[in-house]
Design a binder for this molecule. Structure first.
Ligand SMILES: N[C@@H](CCC(=O)N[C@@H](CS)C(=O)NCC(=O)O)C(=O)O
Length: 230
């Protein structure tokens, strides 16, 4: 019997969406327990993630109700660590490419996302940065892409980490949720210079794990409020 895994999350959270996609791609079963981040239960902070952030998982230990986590299970937080862990649980899913240099491409893309892309994304959608800054980063991302396929050739952890953050802006603009003229930004994405990026976004959208992890109802629960006033 595999160890029990409980994933604490919410479908609005891009970090949780990454975790859902990793589990789905790896074919690893888990129990999902929704956490309302606007009203976090005390037991979650006390017994699962003292930092109070989602996603977080419990791994192993006895089978218990999700709201009564066992002290015997291992607690794991941070979406990228969770995605790495899931990739390690099922190496046959090849979420880490077999090719040596493809692994380098994957890791460089993740580093760029963590040190650069994420700051730009947050600055645009929860700060004062102009949306145009995101397009500058998207050009950087496009330059990283090989002529076809995903960031590291085959679908990998790099795509898993970034895909929710790539899909969300398009969804915000289509639904008039983010600041500025969404129609204009959607048109900018259609410019010929973004042809390779568009193909990448299409390839991501076509991935069943990505489709199954995209929960519009959950997104609508939080994003209109988060983006209000920005
Ligand atoms: N570095 C963390 C960030 C996770 C994160 O910020 N999660 C948000 C939801 S999108 C959260 O839990 N917010 C609640 C809070 O900060 O209290 C990761 O990669 O998992």
């Amino acid at each position: 019997m595999p160890e029990q895994i409980t994933l604490y999350g919410h479908g609005y959270s891009p970090y949780c969406i990454s975790a859902y996609i990793a589990f789905d791609e790896a074919g690893v079963d888990y129990t999902h327990h929704v956490i309302d981040v606007t009203n976090k239960p005390a037991w979650f902070i006390e017994s699962v993630n003292p930092v109070g952030k989602i996603p977080a998982i419990t791994y192993g230990g006895p089978s218990v109700p999700p709201d009564q986590p066992s002290p015997e299970s291992r607690k794991i937080s941070e979406s990228r660590v969770i995605a790495d862990f899931v990739a390690d649980l099922n190496p046959a899913a090849h979420l880490v490419p077999a090719d040596l240099l493809a692994r380098v491409d994957m890791r460089l893309a993740i580093l760029d996302w963590v040190h650069h892309g994420l700051g730009v994304w947050s600055g645009v959608f929860s700060g004062p940065r102009p949306t145009e800054d995101l397009f500058v980063w998207l050009e950087d991302l496009q330059r990283r892409l090989p002529p076809t396929g995903f960031v590291a050739g085959t679908f990998s952890l790099a795509d898993i980490v970034m895909v929710p953050f790539l899909k969300l802006p398009v969804w915000f603009w289509e639904n008039g949720l983010a600041k500025g003229d969404g129609k204009k930004y959607l048109e900018m994405l259609q410019e010929p210079k973004f042809a390779r990026l568009r193909k990448y976004l299409e390839d991501l959208d076509a991935r069943p794990s990505v489709q199954r992890s995209w929960d519009v109802e959950a997104l609508l629960e939080r994003w209109p409020d988060i983006l209000k006033g920005n």
